[in-house]
Design a protein around this ligand. Structure first.
Ligand code: ATP
Length: 242
């Protein structure tokens, strides 16, 4: 049976007289990789900020598991990790120190389990051999992987990644994609990934959520949008022009 992880329920966000997100609803299920696409300014970052409780909806609700993000913020967010905008680390710390520091913000991690949890995370993102080097010596891809380890502190079911491939070279992109696919496989994690790099999304996503001018205009299986070996980019442009 599919397990519902997050539900966006008729969410609207207005700032001043501008409607950033309008009456938006969708559901995310366990073990799925969702691509979140839309033109510049469509509202992707705004919706991801709403989903992680960084800003409040004007109306509607966001539930994670059975918890309301607004009313039961702490319990709701225990099940979600996020990288919204690029992760910023203290570059003079080692990767392990960064995770150790941030782990203190997670009361659900028992202090006796902390070091083991951090070791497992470093291993999951393949940073164990560089764990005790300073972050300033890391490549962008390694910093992005450390960001994923940070988002996985406390073992959430869902990771929200806002444009994670930005700035990565083709090898870095492939490593990130393989990491996402492997974490879904080994841990049953779900991912919600926004990106303008549609070829990249096509290689890893099961489902797509398409937003235009604050309104979700298409949700469904990637293969239902793409016809006969078409590129996602072409299907997306057709949808935008329709
Ligand atoms: N605090 C704010 N006050 C007013 N308008 C805002 C605010 N934050 C975002 N906007 C506007 O809301 C719209 C959606 O912005 P958002 O950053 O969510 O889009 P996006 O889809 O993430 O874009 P991009 O692909 O360029 O990153 C834009 O028109 C933006 O200018």
């Amino acid at each position: 049976m599919t397990k519902l992880i997050l539900e966006v329920d008729r969410v609207t966000k207005r700032i001043g007289n501008k409607t950033l997100i309008q009456e938006t609803s969708f559901k995310l299920e366990k073990g799925m990789i969702y691509g979140f696409i839309g033109p510049n300014g469509a509202g992707k970052t705004t919706l991801m900020r709403l989903m992680t409780g960084l800003i409040q909806p004007t109306s509607g609700a966001i539930r994670i598991g059975t918890y309301d993000v607004q009313k039961q913020r702490k319990q709701a967010l225990a099940n979600v990790g996020a990288i919204i905008e690029s992760p910023i680390f203290f570059e003079y710390m080692t990767g392990r120190q960064v995770l150790r520091n941030l782990s203190r913000l997670h009361s659900e991690i028992r202090s006796a389990d902390r070091e083991k949890h951090i070791d497992q995370l470093l291993q999951s993102v393949e940073l164990q051999s560089r764990a005790d080097d300073k972050v300033k010596t890391y490549s962008l891809g390694m910093k992005q992987r450390l960001g994923i380890a940070q988002a996985m502190l406390g073992s959430p079911d869902l990771l929200l990644l806002d444009e994670p491939s930005n700035g990565l070279d083709p090898l870095g992109m492939r490593e990130l994609r393989n990491l996402i696919l492997q974490l879904r496989e080994s841990r049953g994690l779900s991912f919600f990934v926004s990106s303008h790099l549609l070829d990249e999304l096509q290689l890893m996503c099961d489902q797509l959520i398409v937003i235009r001018a604050g309104v979700v205009i298409w949700t469904g299986n990637v293969n239902d949008l793409i016809v006969d070996g078409q590129r996602l980019e072409d299907a997306f442009l057709e949808l935008m022009l329709s």
